[in-house]
Design a protein. Structure first.
Length: 116
């Protein structure tokens, strides 16, 4: 997903595979990553709604459905949904953030800055 999130354009499976290859691993005697493996993972990601495929092109082009930020926020919502006491969980989380992060949260919530 990181390769797709970092790309400005959709990618074919072969290019995605090439971007996944570590140059040190490519120089070693390890077996290279197979395109079929990449296609299998892309298919699974497509089924889960993380990736979309342009079937009008050959080879097919793959792109991330959402951004890395969207995915992270969704994960945070999923974890919070498992909490027995959401308020206590949020309080615990907020108690662990840096002063800069707390200031960012205040700004995002439309609260006055503590510096004001």
């Amino acid at each position: 997903m990181n390769v797709l999130w970092d790309s400005d354009q959709p990618l074919p499976a072969n290019e995605l595979r090439d971007r996944l290859l570590d140059p040190a691993a490519a120089a070693s005697s390890r077996k290279p990553l197979a395109t079929t493996t990449v296609l299998t993972v892309l298919s699974r990601l497509e089924n889960k709604g993380f990736v979309t495929r342009d079937r009008d092109t050959r080879p097919h082009l793959y792109r991330a459905v959402g951004s890395r930020t969207d995915h992270t926020a969704e994960l945070m919502h999923q974890v919070l949904a498992t909490a027995a006491d959401r308020q206590a969980t949020l309080a615990r989380f907020i108690g662990t953030v840096s002063p800069e992060e707390a200031e960012t949260m205040r700004q995002l919530l439309g609260e006055p800055s503590r510096a004001e």
